[in-house]
Write a protein that binds this ligand. Structure first.
Ligand code: ZN
Ligand code: ZN
Length: 119
């Protein structure tokens, strides 16, 4: 079928800017602000954009936080975000207090040394 692959929905993301936010996982303050949206494509050209979300990603440990829609304007203007601007944590990396390993995902115990991780 010729048409398969020409029309489609896809997830797209655009990096908008660098941003300051205190990472809950690694205490780094360098973040990327990313615009995430679903789009409807024809011939790989996005025809219209649907649901849009703003995500900030820690450059060091890749923890991801979704911003509240009411805070987006402020964050875009000030290039910084606070905990109150975060809607939810999408993905968090924690550092093991015992062996110092970066643990990604929702582990109760460190997969490297078995130390219980705070939650
Ligand atoms: Zn981090
Ligand atoms: Zn450990």
């Amino acid at each position: 079928m010729f048409f398969i692959g020409i029309f489609g929905f896809g997830n797209r993301s655009n990096k908008i800017s660098d941003i300051k936010f205190k990472c809950t996982g690694c205490m780094n303050e360098d973040f990327s602000l990313v615009e995430l949206y679903n789009s409807f494509d024809i011939f790989f050209i996005p025809v219209f954009k649907t649901k849009k979300e703003y995500i900030i990603i820690c450059k060091k440990c890749k923890s991801m936080y979704k911003l509240k829609s009411s805070s987006i304007e402020k964050v875009l203007k000030t290039h910084s975000a606070e905990y109150g601007d975060v809607d939810k944590i999408m993905y968090e990396t924690s550092t093991c207090p015992r062996c110092g390993a970066n643990v990604t995902g929702n582990y109760q115990f460190c997969p490297y040394c078995g130390e219980p991780l705070k939650k």
